[in-house]
Design a protein around this ligand. Structure first.
Ligand code: GDP
Ligand code: MN
Length: 348
C-alpha cells in the first residue's frame, strides 16, 4: 500500500502528521535490543513480529547489546531472523556497575525495604543496572554512533498490525523526537524521591524546560507533585540525539548522582517520560496509533475498525488497555495535548 493513500487513525489526523513516501532510502536508524543470551527464544518471536509487520519492507539494522558476551547460538538465530544488518555489542562495565559515590549499605537497605513491600524486581541489582543503562547509556554505545533514530524492542512483544510507512522517516518528516504506544502509572514505592530530585534539577536549570511542554501529562497540579504517568518504555521510537542533548545529559547525571537508581528502583520509563514531557515541545511527542502492541501484561489494539481492517490487525479490541481510565494514562495525554478522544472511545 502506498502510504499516501492510507486512512489515518484519529490520533494521526488530529496531529496533522504526514506519512512519508516509500522512496527506498533508509534513515540513519536502527532497532535496539538489550538482552541476555537466555532471552533468545522470547526475543526470536519479537523479532519475527517486527520483521513481518514492518521491517521486511524496510530492512533497518538491528543492534543487540548485552552486559555479557553474546553466545554463538544467539548470534546465529537473531541474524537469521532479521532482514537488515545485525550488530552485537558488549556494554562497557562503566555503564553496568555501581558507581563509587553509591553507599552500598544504604542501597542494600533500600532493596530490603522493597522485598518487605513486595515491590516487583525490588530485590534485583541487575534490574537496577538495566534501568540505569536504558536511562542513561544505551545511546552512548559506539554501535549507535552513526544512527539518529532508534526503535526499542524487547523479548515477548507482539505487533498486531501492518505498518505501511517508514516510521523513522515519519519521525524526521514530522519533527518527532519521542514516540510511544501505551502509557500508564508507575508504582510509587519504586520512585519515592524521583520527583523531588527532578524539581531540584528544574530549579537549578530552568533553561532546559520547554515552554510548550507536557507537564500536564505528568502532573495534575502544575508540577507540584508527579502523578506517576509514564510512557511504557519497552516500546519506544525516538531520537537518539534527544538523549544525547545537553538537557538530557545534565538531567540524567543529576539523577545518577542522587543515587535513586540504586537506593530506590528508578525505572527508565518514568525517567524518559519526565524528560520527554519537560525538555521537548509537546508537538515533538507522538502517540503511535494503528499499530497494535503487546508486552506482558498489557495490550494496545486500535480503537477504529477501519484502521484495524486496513492494517490487517489480528488483535481483539476488547483486550485493549489504552483507554482504561484507571491505571492507564493515554486519556491524560490526550487532555494535555488538547486532542479530542478517538471515535468509539467513551468519555468517563
Ligand atoms: P520488564 O519489561 O520491566 O519486566 O523487564 P525485562 O526483564 O523485560 O527487561 C527489560 C529489558 O532489559 C529486556 O530487553 C531484557 O532482555 C533486558 N534485560 C533485563 N535484565 C538484563 C540483564 O541483566 N542483562 C541484559 N543483558 N539484559 C537484561
Ligand atoms: Mn520486558
Amino acid at each position: 500500500i502506498d502510504p499516501q493513500t492510507l486512512q489515518k487513525p484519529h490520533a494521526d489526523k488530529v496531529q496533522k502528521v504526514e506519512y512519508p513516501v516509500n522512496d527506498g532510502k533508509r534513515e540513519k536508524a536502527a532497532f535496539v535490543t538489550l538482552a541476555r543470551n537466555s532471552d533468545l527464544w522470547e526475543l526470536a518471536s519479537s523479532i519475527r513480529h517486527v520483521e513481518d509487520r514492518f521491517n521486511r519492507r524496510f530492512h533497518y539494522d538491528w543492534v543487540f547489546l548485552n552486559d555479557k558476551p553474546f553466545d554463538d547460538e544467539f548470534i546465529r538465530v537473531t541474524s537469521a531472523l532479521t532482514s537488515g544488518k545485525t550488530k552485537y555489542g558488549h556494554i562497557s562495565p562503566k555503564h553496568w556497575s555501581v558507581p563509587d559515590w553509591i553507599d552500598e549499605d544504604k542501597a542494600a537497605k533500600g532493596r530490603q525495604k522493597m522485598i518487605d513491600d513486595k515491590v516487583i524486581y525490588g530485590d534485583s541489582v541487575p534490574y537496577r543496572h538495566m534501568c540505569r543503562f536504558e536511562s542513561g547509556f544505551f545511546f552512548q554505545n559506539e554501535l549507535l554512533n552513526d544512527y539518529e533514530y532508534y526503535w526499542r524492542v524487547e523479548p515477548e512483544i507482539r505487533l498486531f498490525c501492518d505498518i505501511h510507512y517508514d516510521v523513522f522517516k515519519f519521525m524526521r518528516l514530522n519533527k518527532k523526537k519521542y514516540g510511544f504506544i501505551l502509557s500508564m502509572s508507575e508504582y510509587e514505592q519504586t520512585i519515592p524521591t524521583l520527583w523531588k530530585t527532578t524539581k531540584e534539577f528544574i530549579k537549578k536549570y530552568p533553561k532546559y524546560v520547554k515552554e510548550n511542554n507536557l507537564m500536564d501529562f505528568i502532573s495534575d497540579d502544575q508540577g507540584e507533585t508527579y502523578n506517576m504517568c509514564h510512557f511504557w518504555s519497552n516500546f519506544e521510537i525516538g531520537s537518539l540525539d534527544f538523549w544525547r542533548s545537553d538537557a538530557y545529559q545534565a538531567y540524567f547525571n543529576y539523577l545518577d548522582q542522587a543515587g535513586g537508581f540504586f537506593y530506590e528502583r528508578w525505572g527508565d520509563a518514568p525517567v524518559h517520560s519526565i524528560a520527554a514531557a519537560l525538555f521537548l515541545d509537546k508537538s515533538e511527542v507522538h502517540f503511535f496509533d494503528g499499530v497494535g502492541y503487546y508486552h506482558p501484561n498489557f495490550y494496545s489494539c486500535p480503537a477504529e475498525e477501519n484502521i484495524r481492517i486496513q492494517n490487517q490487525c489480528v488483535c481483539n479490541p476488547a483486550d485493549d488497555n489504552t483507554w482504561w481510565d484507571y491505571f492507564f494514562c493515554t486519556r491524560k495525554y490526550f487532555e494535555a495535548q488538547k486532542f479530542p478522544l478517538p471515535p468509539g472511545v467513551k468519555e468517563v
